[in-house]
Design a protein around this ligand. Structure first.
Ligand code: FAD
Ligand code: NAP
Ligand code: SF4
Length: 676
């Protein structure tokens, strides 16, 4: 490629010539299910969502998955394109992308045995470990019919104005299930050796090309690492890629890990660009452009991959939820202005799994573009925001963006509130980016920031609107010995005010208890910053040669013996995020942390922590007891303002501390500011 010379990221902004069409740059917006795909009446909202990303400069958008037939639905009445009358609503989506110079492809996704309904089908009758429904094995005629359904959907996509389709061949969905020996036990021509198992995928691509002609983009998402036992080996992957190219694919995208894999692939603790190496390993084997994917969230990571010749495009999915202007900001050489995806999954993937509309923790407008609008104000006011944690930062910057004159107070000497604690947890390094973003955004929007200022009622006189975002205080416990020298709270520990001894008990197994567990069970630099160490810990074969790219995990030993305790019965961590909770539990298990639910705290004394567990009294001989017992709203200022008859808006932890997270804090702060 001849790099574009007018950008700080020349490889990223070099157009890509596909022969019959051209992409304006190398940024592909990866497929994401938002929940707006399932009903045509939501398509105007979906169009607005795509329009913002297209206007923001992406080269090629891939939609969320649409099934080629009913049995391929992800869930009952999920997104599907199989009938001519389903074409029309899609024209809004294609027009939205084209209007702003982006290309758009429809993703064809047949859920196979991951379908969450009783009609599911698969190559063989083998239940997925993450789905209660048992699939029916497709008959040979059924397989042929399915190939026709894919070609039919692609033809309809073309009619709807799409520039092409992406065939989802990875992540453990139907096509991937044909390819891997793990899920294909067929003895007919669609099963057996690698060539027979890949026949379904190859025929789908061939028939789509036949149905749609030569000037139609076919992206094939190929599982380059399955991360499950009995997945494909490297030789089979190369064979498949060559056959897919020969069948007519235009681009090969990288699929990383099945949904049932027990190795994280996109969580915040996965190093940036961790899997780009496998795309680079494939690239010399094919002539078509290849796309690197997973945890590429900043332009320098993307540019490095492209400049190193390891890929022709980069796929960014969640980073474009976080900031629709990602590409424009990168092109302008302003990565410091990017609202970076912190890979928390809290508002995107977790929502999808909870059947809620997806959004983004750091950008609550994502997929809510038509409903949460930051209109310029017609009556600028003097606004005081007290507290520069996530809630206050979101509120202050949105209010200022709308034209209000905003003063932001914080008692601390830096902005960020509890994010300054969170960013110190190994695997949460991305939280630094949110603070960097807000620091610049305060500057850009002209917010007057008063740090080291504990606001009181006098200071708040003269403002038209007062927003209290004073956050929380850690909850104290009240069992005997709670004031013993061994007892410390999580702030003391994470902020380095105490050095925890070689044996410690953590009281409270919520998000913070688990984070403190990670903090105390790691030594040295975070594995999230070192791909090699991270792969060794989790058991990813760095050569990618073995079946499923699996190797034996070698977790680094914990420098301490830890107990993580909760009073409620059941498994600690059951209430953590749907798509990330298992990662936290697996990490602590690998570090030898003893996790107990249903514990009664009897007290702390010089000998340690006394508990009753399963009816038996025990002493945990620990040096420290770390309290992570939740939080209470900090309402001191609210009480004095209310007493003085001053009306305020209360947001974030100051409003409700229970179940508080940054998603709610930022969303609430933004919404209050949008209404001022
Ligand atoms: P805070 O962040 O508590 O900010 C309140 C601010 O108000 C503080 O800066 C304080 O100095 C200031 N203040 C208080 N009184 C005054 C006053 N009178 N005058 C001036 N300033 C004042 N959430 C997630 O969603 N995902 C996570 O992965 C996550 N991980 C976490 C990990 C850890 C270790 C911790 C501690 C928290 C984590 N959280 C996480 C929780 C998240 O940080 C909080 O939900 C969020 O910070 C709450 O935001 P807030 O703005 O309401 O309050
Ligand atoms: P939390 O999730 O409410 O957990 C508090 C823990 O303390 C619970 O395990 C609770 O369990 C225990 N507890 C409550 N009262 C107690 C008492 N009086 N004595 C002893 N134990 C008590 O709160 P958190 O861990 O402080 O987290 C705060 C918020 O930050 C969470 O809502 C979370 O969403 C967010 N956060 C998220 C992440 C993430 O990765 N997504 C990470 C960190 C924090 P028992 O009552 O059963 O003992
Ligand atoms: Fe990224 Fe978290 Fe936003 Fe999802 S919710 S896009 S993971 S920052």
């Amino acid at each position: 490629m001849t790099p574009a010379s007018d950008s700080a990221y020349p490889h990223l902004f070099t157009p890509l010539d596909l022969g019959f069409t051209q992409l304006r740059n190398r940024v592909l917006m990866g497929s994401m299910h938002t929940g707006l795909e399932d009903r045509a009446r939501d398509f105007p909202r979906l169009a607005a969502y795509f329009a913002e990303r297209a206007e923001g400069g992406v080269g090629l958008i891939v939609t969320g998955g649409f099934a080629p037939n009913v049995v391929g639905w992800l869930k009952p009445f999920g997104g599907k394109l199989s009938w001519p009358w389903e074409v029309r609503p899609h024209r809004q989506l294609t027009a939205a992308a084209h209007q702003h110079g982006a290309k758009i492809c429809l993703q064809l996704l047949h859920a196979g045995r991951y379908a969450y309904h009783p009609l599911s089908v698969a190559p063989s009758k083998l239940k997925a470990p993450i789905n209660p429904f048992i699939p029916r094995a497709l008959s040979a005629r059924g397989v042929e019919r399915h190939i026709g359904d894919y070609a039919n959907s692609a033809r309809l996509a073309r009619e709807a104005g799409y520039d092409g389709v992406e065939v989802m061949g990875s992540e453990g969905y139907l096509i991937n299930e044909f390819i891997a020996p793990r899920t294909n036990a067929r003895t007919d021509k669609w099963g057996g050796d690698a060539r027979q198992r890949m026949r379904f995928a190859v025929e789908i691509v061939r028939r789509i090309r036949e149905a749609c002609g030569p000037d139609f983009i076919i992206i094939y998402r190929l599982s380059l690492v399955d991360l499950v036992t009995d997945g494909s080996d490297w030789e089979e992957i190369v064979l498949q890629a060559k056959a897919i190219e020969a069948a007519g694919a235009t681009i090969i995208n990288s699929g990383i890990g099945w949904h049932e894999a027990r190795i994280p692939t996109i969580a915040t603790s996965v190093p940036r660009g961790a899997f780009a190496g496998v795309t680079a390993k494939l690239k010399p084997h094919v002539g078509v452009p290849v796309v690197a994917s997973n945890r590429i969230n900043m332009p320098d990571v993307a540019e490095r991959i492209l400049a190193g010749g390891g890929a022709d495009l980069v796929s960014l999915a969640r980073p474009l939820l976080a900031d629709p202007q990602w590409a424009n900001k990168a092109r302008a050489g302003r990565p410091d202005r990017i609202n970076t995806c912190i890979a928390c999954n809290q508002a995107c993937l977790d929502h999808v799994f909870e059947n809620k509309l997806a959004s983004c923790l750091v950008n609550p407008r994502a997929a809510h573009e038509t409903e949460l609008v930051y209109r310029p104000t017609t009556s600028p006011k003097k606004v005081a925001v007290v507290g520069a944690g996530p809630a206050g930062l979101a509120c202050a910057t949105v209010a200022a963006e709308r034209g209000h004159r905003v003063t932001l107070f914080d008692a601390g000497d830096e902005i960020g509130g509890q994010f300054n604690v969170a960013k110190r947890i190994p695997g949460k390094e991305e939280f630094h980016e949110t603070l960097r973003y807000f620091r610049n955004r305060l500057d850009e929007t002209g917010v007057e920031v008063r740090l080291g200022t504990r606001a009181d009622a006098d200071q708040l006189a003269g403002f038209d609107e007062i927003v209290l975002a004073t956050g929380i205080t850690p909850r104290r416990v009240d069992f005997p010995g709670a004031d013993h020298a061994k007892v410390v709270d999580y702030l003391d520990v994470v902020l380095g005010r105490v050095t925890v001894g070689p044996r410690a008990a953590i009281i409270g197994a919520g998000g913070i208890g688990f984070d403190v567990g990670e903090f105390l069970s790691h030594a040295g630099p975070s594995p999230a910053l070192d791909v090699k160490r991270w792969m060794t810990e989790w058991g990813v074969d760095a050569t990618y040669e073995s079946r499923g790219a699996l190797s034996r995990p070698h977790p680094e030993p914990s420098p301490r013996k830890l107990w993580l305790l909760q009073r409620s019965p059941g498994r600690p961590g059951a209430r953590l995020g749907k798509t990330t909770g298992w990662i936290h539990r697996a990490t602590l298990k690998a570090k030898g942390v003893t996790m107990l639910g249903g514990v009664e705290y009897l007290g702390v004394d010089d000998a340690g922590l006394n508990i009753r567990f399963e009816g038996v009294e025990q002493r945990l001989d620990v040096d420290h007891v770390v309290i992570c017992a939740g939080q209470e709203s900090n309402r001191t200022l609210l009480d004095s303002l209310t007493a003085a008859g001053i009306r305020t808006h209360v947001i974030g932890g100051a409003d409700v501390a229970a179940e508080l997270d940054a998603k709610r804090a930022i969303d609430q702060g933004s919404r209050v500011a949008a209404a001022l």
